[in-house]
Ligand binder design. Structure first.
Ligand SMILES: Cc1cc2nc3c(=O)[nH]c(=O)nc-3n(C[C@H](O)[C@H](O)[C@H](O)COP(=O)(O)OP(=O)(O)OC[C@H]3O[C@@H](n4cnc5c(N)ncnc54)[C@H](O)[C@@H]3O)c2cc1C
Length: 385
């Protein structure tokens, strides 16, 4: 059992770190203030291969490993959480769902443009009245001859404002509960598909989050994604990977907070010595790096298991629960280590904290993850076994 990254992923980490240092870190404060990153970054991400990490090579991607994407996301998040979230939703939600459930024709048609960054992808599950309780969704798709006609509204959709490809989950049988839910692939420009104004958010501000409205949106039957009525199982499988990948975003934010805290604690002096010499600061830093290290092991283990084709719903839930709460705590502690300067936007750590908080909410809140984990204790299945 080897817990170290293989050489190729160490090399990839360096490439991703260089990319983040050049394209994201210098602009992150501006993007946070203005609530967007420029389109040129999407093109650069595509050229670098970071938008096709989960796409198999035959469709123009990088081969499809979650470990690869985890390494990329961690490095992007160290520079800008919002950009990392955008890349995560594109790869681990939209592309992953098409990779999982798409027909050969759909994969050939949609995956290459997602892999190159010609189109960003978004994944539309949440609705104004259905978040944690996703099966309560009320968007509908009604069969009409050779087409499906979709109506409804989706809420909080990452990449929704810029996406070229929308994976939309809708109800195709009102009486069949979870078995009446299906998925569709829609393209920007489909008549009836519109998006709302950018949400003004606490954190992850550079990523765009919008409502997506569907008004008698007509799509041909060959844009049904997966089997009719079976999307809920596919959604659960997509979220298994998504939760591990958003955990990788948490790692990057926490690592950035640790980096700033350690550098500051070595430099800042009070009472005649660097604050890293004060035991209370030492204890805080020791806890921060230890918690981060533990979360990283969880992320790598879960991503490796997923890549090996193992079932990971519990690993995924525990990884996200631990990593996201770790990141918020570590970022809060970083603010404390920096004292008054930590409270200023100029020093970045308050941004890391605002960004990290989202990871406790998106793709399954901490509450519902605890419910899932606890539920498993009532059966004879041992969590993480
Ligand atoms: C910035 C951002 C980006 C997002 N991106 C996307 C995206 O790209 N695609 C997408 O589909 N969605 C996206 N979401 C939506 C996100 O996944 C939901 O916000 C999340 O699932 C929670 O749903 P909700 O907001 O409706 O909260 P609710 O479900 O209303 O929950 C409210 C509170 O009640 C708690 N709660 C609910 N049910 C239970 C229960 N059974 N037991 C205990 N506690 C419970 C929750 O944990 C939470 O604390 C995004 C959200 C944000 C903020």
């Amino acid at each position: 059992m080897d817990f170290d990254l293989p050489e190729e992923l160490v090399a990839l980490r360096e490439v991703a770190a260089r990319f983040a240092a050049e394209y994201a870190a210098p602009y992150a404060q501006t993007w946070d203030r203005e609530g967007r990153y420029p389109d040129s970054v999407v093109a650069a991400l595509g050229e670098q291969g970071f938008l096709g990490a989960l796409v198999p090579e035959e469709y123009g991607g990088g081969g499809g490993a979650y470990m690869t994407l985890a390494v990329i996301l961690e490095e992007l998040a160290r520079a800008d959480g919002g950009l990392a979230l955008a890349v995560e939703a594109h790869n681990a939600l939209a592309s992953a769902h098409i990779r999982l459930a798409g027909s050969e024709a759909q994969k050939k048609r949609f995956l290459p443009s997602l892999a190159t960054g010609k189109h960003l992808g978004c994944w539309c599950l949440t609705e104004p009245g259905a978040g944690t309780d996703a099966a309560a969704l009320s968007s509908v798709a009604i069969r009409d001859g050779d087409d499906w006609v979709l109506s409804g509204s989706k809420q909080f959709i990452t990449n929704g404002a810029r996406a070229g490809i929308y994976v939309v989950i809708a109800r195709t049988d009102p009486d069949a509960g979870r078995e009446g839910i299906s998925a569709f692939i829609l393209e920007r420009g489909t008549p009836g598909l519109t998006t709302g104004a950018l949400e003004d958010k606490l954190g992850m501000r550079s990523s765009d989050t919008v409502a997506v409205h569907l008004e008698d949106c007509r799509v041909p039957a060959d844009q049904l994604l997966g089997a009719e009525g079976h999307a809920f199982d596919d959604v659960k499988e997509v979220l298994e990977g998504g939760r591990i990948m958003i955990s990788a975003v948490s790692l990057g934010l926490a690592q950035a907070a640790v980096d700033r805290s350690v550098a500051y604690a070595n430099e800042r002096e009070t009472f005649g010595k660097a604050i890293i010499e004060h035991q209370l600061i030492q204890a805080k830093l020791a806890d921060m790096v230890t918690q981060l290290h533990a979360a990283r092991l969880l992320v790598y283990r879960s991503a490796s298991r997923l890549d090996a084709g193992r079932e990971t719903p519990l690993d995924s839930a525990m990884t996200k629960l631990f990593s996201s709460e770790m990141a918020t705590k570590v970022c809060m502690d970083a603010i404390q280590v920096l004292g008054g300067y930590g409270y200023l936007k100029e020093y970045d750590v308050e941004r890391f904290m605002r960004d990290a908080k989202l990871c406790e909410i998106g793709e399954g809140t901490s509450e519902i993850l605890r419910v899932l984990i606890a539920r498993s204790l009532r059966s004879d299945r041992v969590p993480g076994g």
